[in-house]
Design a protein around this ligand. Structure first.
Ligand code: NAI
Ligand code: 15L
Length: 267
């Protein structure tokens, strides 16, 4: 399906650069936005620089688009203030602008760190209670709840993608379970943009890995069919990494190193 105009936030980031290329196939015009410089507008692109913490700037970025792919934000565990501005105030500014401008659908980059304190021996679904593994995970849980409110109250549909680890290749043993290939990331975002009825859905963003901790069967209506798997990388990952230390929560919990990160505050 070809959409008229899609806004991609976080376009200067790692996944933003990946989707900037690929999402042009999904729309007539792709509007790219970030706090950082995203370079000049290419063919069929528009550039609107915006700090997510700045409501007026976010309003300008959202005006006139049909759908939003929201990747912008503070993307790791860290101090509260920048997380607050980018992920909490920022996601509020985004939904307020979407409401005012009549945008009907958002694909929101949430994170597996919303449920990072579940054990790697657990299999969980999006219906399990959140167990955020840090302030970053809490901020993504806020975004999920806020999007639920805008769906119930205003009918704005959102897919909350609890992305696992989206990198060119799985980097360690944990990522054999959490890996989302860039191709599958684009397939997942496309499915969320195109499905006739999205509603408010939470889905783990993960490839078809043999080992998985996440059951996505409640989100089948989206029509996401992963085509990649971490399995071909398994042998090489095992060869270059050591077995997990089972007394370390970072090795036992789904969130990995995030569960022991911080605190980052000075007092
Ligand atoms: P990234 O850190 O490379 O990109 C995030 C982008 O957001 C950056 O270009 C940054 O400039 C922008 N940004 C930060 N604060 C901003 C603000 N106040 N206003 C406007 N823009 C701001 O992160 P990456 O890896 O590309 O991830 C994209 C999204 O997906 C993030 O929201 C991240 O939390 C989420 N995610 C990514 C995963 C991954 O495996 N890469 C896993 C789970 C979630
Ligand atoms: C995330 O939420 C981060 O944005 C990303 O950089 C990875 O660390 C990923 O989770 C992960 O859990 O591997």
């Amino acid at each position: 399906q070809i959409h008229d105009k899609i806004l991609l936030t976080g376009a200067a980031g790692a996944l933003g650069q990946v989707l900037r290329e690929r999402l042009k196939a999904n729309c007539k015009v792709l509007r790219v936005s970030d706090l950082n410089d995203v370079g000049a507008a290419a063919d069929r692109e528009e550039v609107v620089q915006a700090d997510l913490g700045d409501a007026a700037a976010v309003d300008r970025a959202v005006a006139g688009v049909n759908a939003i792919v929201h990747l912008g934000g503070y993307s790791v565990e860290g101090p509260f203030e920048p997380i607050l501005q980018a992920n909490i105030v920022g996601v509020y500014n985004l939904y307020e602008a979407a409401r005012k401008h009549g945008v009907r659908r958002v694909v929101f980059a949430s994170s597996n760190h919303v449920t990072g304190f579940y054990r790697q021996s657990d299999t969980i679904t999006p219906a399990h209670p959140a167990r955020p593994d840090g302030l970053y995970g809490v901020s993504k849980a806020f975004g999920e709840d806020l999007s639920r409110f805008y769906f119930e109250r205003y009918g704005i549909e959102t897919a909350c993608l609890r992305i696992g680890s989206s990198f060119p290749e799985p980097r360690d043993r944990r990522m054999l379970a959490t890996w989302l290939s860039h191709g599958d990331l684009h397939r997942l975002v496309s499915a969320c943009l195109d499905t006739p009825v999205l509603g408010h859905a939470i889905i783990y963003g993960v490839s078809d890995n043999a080992v998985t901790w996440w059951d996505n069967s409640s989100a089948k209506h989206i029509g996401y069919r992963p085509q990649d798997s971490s399995d071909p990388f398994r042998e090489a990952v095992y060869a270059r990494t050591t077995p997990p230390d089972l007394s370390d929560p970072a090795a036992v919990c789904q969130g990995g190193a995030f569960v022991t990160a911080g605190p980052f505050e000075s007092k």
